[in-house]
Design a protein around this ligand. Sequence first.
Ligand code: FES
Length: 128
Amino acid sequence: MHLRLHRPDRPGELVSFDLPPPAQAGIAAEDWAGISVSAALQYLQRAVDPALGYALSCRRGLCNICAMKIDGEVVTACTTPMHDGILVEPARDSLALRDTVVELSLVRRARVLSPAEQADPKEPHHAR
Ligand code: FES
């Protein structure tokens, strides 16, 4: 299983990771397919690259803290299953604090703002 990571501090460069079989990563599964992207990032941060940044909290798709762009679509990493060659990026480069970790207040606001309001993150808006 192969994961590609776009790191905002390395523009134009994709960092590639080869994941070992899940059992070797301490995960009770035969294949990474079906295992969450968050679990894969957690393994990579612990075993391969301690500097890798990701955020994780509820692990159930409720808090949005793990929102990131996966294969070009902003989704929650804890509810998105792995597949070979998956591309992981921050939800928005301009909001990236480190790797896939973005400014939290804007992630939370995204749940209550219209797409037009989200288009200009510098403009103050009030949650409804
Ligand atoms: S950790 Fe809460 S939505 Fe993913």
